[in-house]
Design a protein around this ligand. Sequence first.
Ligand code: 3PG
Length: 212
Amino acid sequence: MNKILQQLGHIKIIPVIALDEAETAVPLGKALLDGGLPCAEITFRTAAAAEAIQKMRAAHPQMLVGAGTVLTVEQAQKAQEAGASFIVTPGFDARVVDWCLARDVPITPGIITPTDINQALAKGLNVLKFFPAEAAGGIKLLNAIAAPYVGVKFIPTGGISEHNLADYLRLPMVHACGGSFMVKKEWLAAGQFDKVRGATAKAVTIVRQIID
Ligand code: 3PG
């Protein structure tokens, strides 16, 4: 497995972030680090994404900063130029996957059906985002869908919170979980980084209880 994907598997939680102001990336990175999470997925849901990735990387070089919600090759290119360490897509897009594979950029494409998983496996990918986890059927669906695909690892995202994080992380096929619950939009907008740090630290405590 790719080294960066391996690191995500050790960290176990990927904060999924949408930033309106790129400058927010710097104090946000500090709050995540102070809470014990050296990684972030900054999504292309906002126009500030590429600049935010660049700023977070520059201010906190020890962090793994990925790009999320990458829908096009153009966004993947922008993400790479900004210094993104990995790329996450909500669904399976062969053009984006091929672009990443040709450049050795780690990618975790979103999947939600066996057909999606087959497409990813055909490209040699075996760490996949399970999205939207809770809305689609949660742990019950994940158990059923993962059963035929021995060795495939999943990153459930969508509806993960401090209430169900432990249940997902206990599953053997779960590589890590993604979520916005420790980086809520209203906290970021209000500059409440103490809340980010607190929610992050709480999530990290849940991870430690499971892996220790
Ligand atoms: C994503 O973009 O991956 C998800 O929207 C994150 O889902 P959540 O906000 O329910 O955690």
